[in-house]
Design a protein. Structure first.
Length: 327
């Protein structure tokens, strides 16, 4: 039986904010199949990176479950027992936005790449062979193994980050804004490298980004987050060509040139600024203060994901009204 590469079930993450709790991630459920790429988009503060770090085991969750390849992952340990995780071959790895901060400045590139294999008990010859292979695979010379992070450019360090994520053969790789800190001239190279390696290895990938064009290129499916919640989820072609949730429409209108004849080409009303804090005691739809379709019922209970005419899942009480407005 083939299990999903990733199952996230009713995941929540609360942060204390004075005498209240901030809901950074609220009741999120996702599934990724082996070899699938899921894009995760949303404005800053929507909870994308927090969700990615919880899945990777770098942050504790307040509630919910994370399953990888049919195995429930244990709760994050505040003691940071990373060596135990490495010995058992943690099935989730991460490519970070800041390639310099994510590498130990006291270790050579070869030592950083080989460390997880060494902890897992691989022989020295096997480690050296794997390090050389992955450096070459990401477009770096074998001699780069002797360099330190500060001796490399940002693009080169991000290539190292990609090699480090894939060298231990994980079931899932979480990419958190992996190109946003790079020069534009380097971004396309790194995106293509990620795409090629992901397909070669058949690894599932959660790709978090602000750049919607990159997500559209890489991801078979896309999830849209707003203030800690998934508001729309579906196949990327459908979501980008016929966005349904009012927030998705405004997000795409702010980033992409609409295709002639698509729903995105409709006039889109600019949204008011978002309220700063999504609190755990909130009732109703969190997008209600910004939504042009809002009515009194939207403020009484949170919406649920339901199937739209475009085939995406949309969390909106007024879904049929929104769809009718397009006719």
């Amino acid at each position: 039986m083939t299990h999903p590469a990733l199952e996230v079930r009713a995941l929540r993450r609360l942060f204390r904010q004075g005498d209240q709790y901030l809901s950074a991630v609220d009741n999120v459920s996702l599934t990724l199949q082996p070899g699938e790429v899921l894009g995760l988009v949303g404005e800053s503060g929507s909870g994308k990176s927090t969700l990615g770090r919880i899945i990777a085991g770098l942050l504790p969750r307040s509630a919910g479950e994370v399953w990888v390849d049919g195995v429930a992952l244990p709760q994050h340990s505040r003691s940071g027992d990373f060596r135990r995780r490495a010995r058992t071959g943690h099935p989730v790895q991460m490519v970070f936005q800041d390639s310099y901060a994510s590498l130990n400045p006291r270790l050579t590139i070869g030592e950083s790449l080989g460390e997880p294999l060494m902890i897992q008990g691989a022989r020295r010859a096997e480690i050296e062979q794997a390090v050389e292979y992955w450096l070459t695979r990401v477009g770096l010379p074998a001699e780069a193994a002797e360099r330190y992070p500060h001796e490399m450019s940002g693009g080169q360090r991000q290539r190292v980050g990609i090699a480090r994520a894939f060298i231990s053969k994980p079931k899932l790789v979480v990419c958190d804004e992996p190109v946003s800190a790079l020069d534009v001239s380097v971004q396309a190279q790194i995106i293509q490298l990620l795409r090629d390696i992901q397909r070669e290895q058949g690894t599932a990938m959660l790709f978090i980004a602000h750049d919607l064009a990159v997500v559209r290129y890489l991801a078979a499916r896309t999830a849209v987050m707003y203030l800690g919640e998934i508001v729309e989820l579906g196949d990327s072609p459908a979501l980008f060509s016929v966005p349904t949730h009012p927030y998705t429409r405004q997000l795409l209108a702010a980033h992409l040139e609409p295709e002639p004849g698509s729903s995105a080409a409709l006039d889109t009303v600019a949204a008011p600024a978002a309220r700063a804090l999504p609190l755990s005691g909130d009732r109703g739809c969190r997008f209600a203060p910004r939504c042009p379709f809002v009515d009194t019922g939207c403020r009484r209970a949170p919406p649920w994901l339901q199937l739209s005419k475009a085939g995406t899942e949309v969390a909106c009480h007024r879904l049929r009204v929104v769809e009718a407005a397009d006719c």
